[in-house]
Structure formats: structure tokens, C-alpha cells
Ligand binder design. Structure first.
Ligand code: CP3
Length: 333
């Protein structure tokens, strides 16, 4: 295992590191250039050289404090044998779910299928550019992966009525997902990931049974990552009670979404906090950006805080506003 370098979760409150969710992506012209000639998104994620190159693009351009590996949370269903496609202007589309085939997935076969991702992590971690920066590995939380595998597309309009119909399927699937997420995490850490972020993008869809579908499986993953000696960040997007989530799941840091009131949360959560700014603010202007960014920085002045957004950066974001954002964060006193 790689020795852990500087950690972005900074306990000293003076310094506010910055990286952005989805920083390696479509708002960058140099990414769009590569994407244009690589129509198959999964194949692109499995191209070690290009994936590493894309991961480093925002580091070269902006000097962010962490590099999030260019991959996708849906690489796990893909490696479990479920078809995954990314359609233009639609998002992900998953294929038929075959529980028996998934249950019988061989661990070595799974790891081999994702080996180009792990090689991309090693290659990226060895870059001179990342000498003092974290390589952020990630997984989708069990609940969010379950949602995609059953729903097959992004549940933008909520879950269908029959989502929970087959309780046995859900129980068995959740068990397999958790097992393979752990394998995927271990492989990423062995390849050089120095932090793991768990994206629970659809945590906000659940009204009931949060314990069963979110707390318990996420806690299992968090404890597993901690046992491997690597810090873990949770992003339970849209969850109603961040305080209860943190007290139950105990991540090393929590990423808040843009609906969370920073003034309220700072009195409720003792652990380091990341993120919050609405990515839409980056579509406005420099004055408004400064106002909003300084609001977060002022509120979190005496709290361990990593600057980030309340969801992924939008593809329409202009480069000069990202530059301005970094300058505001770095020069704030
Ligand atoms: O900088 C990075 O964060 C790069 C790595 C990364 C991607 N996806 C690349 C990507 C990460 C960490 C993700 C996480 C991810 N993927 C999440 C969790 C975060 C979130 O946004 O809630 C989810 C839900 C997915 C699933 C997914 N992948 C969706 C819904 C989509 C299509 C819609 C969209 O926002 O683009 C993707 C495609 C995807 N993943 C792209 C990228 C750069 C765009 C691909 C393209 O069309 O070029």
C-alpha cells in the first residue's frame, strides 16, 4: 500500500483546500476534445492512459488540491455484468438485471475487468504533479448503486411504485453490491488512492427505512475503509438529517449539498465539512460568485473545511469563473 501523503482533510482551520466534484469533465475544452473521438464512455474509463490524462487536466489547469480519478460509479454494475451505456442528453441506461449471474460473479474476474482503472490510479499517483496532493478514489454508496441497478436510469422523477416490490431481490442485491464495493475500494487503495469518497447521490429519495438502506450498508463500507487506514468522505446528497447521518455513519468528513444551511450545520456537526456551494452559482457572474463563496468561507472560518460544491460542476461552467473561484478561496483571510 502506498504511504499516505498530505491529506486534504486538514485539521488546521487556517488552510482551506479546494477541489470540485466532477472537476475532470465536460466543462473543460481539453476533456471535450478527447471525448469527441471516444464515443464509448465506458471504454474511455477503461483507457488507462486517457483516464489518467483526464484526471490530471484540472490539476494542470487550476492546481486543485486533490485529483479525483476519471471513472464512474457505474463501473461497478458494469463489472458485475449488467450492461451500462451513456446516452447523449439522457444519462446512463442500464440493461437487464440478472441476479443469479451477478451473485456468481467471480472476484478475480471482477477485479480484472476493472484493472485499467487501477492502473490509471497508479499512473496518476506517480505523477510529479501529485507529489503533495491526494488521489481521490470513489464508489457509489450501496443505496445509489442499488437504485441504478434496479431503476436502470437516473430516477429524476423519483422511484417507481414497484421499486420495493421484490424484497428478496433487494436484500440479495444489496449484499452483493456491498461485497464488490469493498473489493473495488481495496483495489483502488492498493493502486494509490489516498482518500475514498462515497457518493450517495440518491440518498434524498428515501423517506423511510433509512437505517436499512443507507445507514447500515454505508457504515459497513466506512468501517471497511477506515480499517484499510485511509480517510473516507461521505456525500449523502439530499438526506434530511446530516447530523444523525454523521453520528451514525461516522465518516472522516462529510460533503454537504446546496440545500443544507451552512449556518445551521456548523453548530450540529463536529467533523470536518466539505462543499455546499450551489454549482449554479458558477453560471452567474464574478461579483455574485465572490459573495456566495465568501459566505461559506466566513461561516466555516474556524472549522476544518474543504472547499467544494454541493453537487458536481455543471458542463456549462465557464473556465474564468473556476479560476476566479480558486483565487477567492486561496486569497481569503
Ligand atoms: O471529476 C470527476 O468527478 C470525474 C469522475 C466522475 C464521473 N462520474 C465522470 C463522469 C465521478 C466521481 C462520477 C460520479 C458519478 N457518476 C455519480 C455521483 C456524483 C453525482 O453526480 O451525483 C453519479 C450519480 C454518476 C452516474 C452518471 N455518470 C451519470 C448520472 C452520468 C450522466 C449525467 C452527467 O452528469 O453527465 C454520468 C456520466 C459521466 N460520468 C460523465 C463524466 C465526466 C459525462 C460523460 C460524458 O457525456 O462526457
Amino acid at each position: 500500500m502506498n504511504p499516505i501523503k498530505k491529506c486534504i482533510i486538514n485539521k488546521d482551520t487556517k488552510n482551506k483546500p479546494i477541489w470540485l466534484m466532477r472537476q475532470a469533465g465536460r466543462y473543460l475544452p481539453e476533456f471535450r476534445e478527447i471525448r469527441k473521438v471516444n464515443q464509448n464512455f465506458i471504454k474511455l474509463c477503461l483507457n488507462t492512459n486517457l483516464s489518467s490524462q483526464i484526471t490530471l487536466q484540472p490539476i494542470k489547469r487550476f492546481g486543485f488540491d486533490g485529483a479525483v480519478i476519471f471513472s464512474d460509479i457505474l463501473m461497478v454494475p458494469y463489472a458485475l455484468g449488467q450492461k451500462v451505456e451513456f446516452k447523449k442528453n439522457f444519462g446512463p441506461q442500464l440493461g437487464e438485471l440478472n441476479l443469479d449471474a451477478i451473485k456468481n460473479t467471480n472476484e478475480v474476474y471482477f477485479s480484472n475487468k476493472l484493472n485499467p482503472v487501477y492502473e490509471a490510479i497508479s499512473l496518476t499517483a506517480s505523477s510529479e504533479l501529485l507529489k503533495n496532493r491526494d488521489v481521490i478514489g470513489f464508489v457509489g454508496a450501496p443505496w445509489t448503486i442499488l437504485v441504478y441497478m434496479i431503476n436502470k436510469t437516473s430516477p429524476k422523477k423519483g422511484l417507481s411504485d414497484n421499486f420495493f416490490k421484490d424484497k428478496l431481490l433487494i436484500k440479495e442485491l444489496l449484499y452483493v453490491i456491498e461485497k464488490f464495493l469493498k473489493i473495488h475500494i481495496k483495489n483502488q487503495i492498493e493502486a494509490g488512492a489516498s482518500i475514498i469518497q462515497i457518493f450517495d447521490s440518491w440518498a434524498g429519495l428515501l423517506e423511510n427505512e433509512i437505517e436499512q438502506y443507507i445507514y447500515t450498508p454505508t457504515l459497513n463500507i466506512v468501517e471497511y475503509v477506515k480499517k484499510l487506514g485511509v480517510p473516507v468522505i461521505c456525500f449523502p446528497r439530499g438526506i434530511k438529517d446530516y447530523k444523525n447521518f454523521c453520528e451514525t455513519v461516522k465518516p472522516d468528513m462529510v460533503n454537504i449539498d446546496y440545500n443544507v444551511d451552512p449556518k445551521k450545520i456548523i453548530n450540529e456537526i463536529k467533523i470536518p465539512i466539505q462543499g455546499g456551494l450551489d454549482p449554479k452559482i458558477l453560471l452567474t457572474d464574478k461579483d455574485n460568485l465572490r459573495k456566495e463563496v465568501e459566505r461559506y468561507l466566513t461561516i466555516f472560518k474556524d472549522h476544518p473545511y474543504v472547499f467544494n460544491l454541493g453537487h458536481g460542476i455543471l458542463p456549462e461552467t465557464k473556465i474564468d469563473l473556476v479560476e476566479e473561484l480558486i483565487s477567492i478561496v486561496r486569497n481569503f483571510r
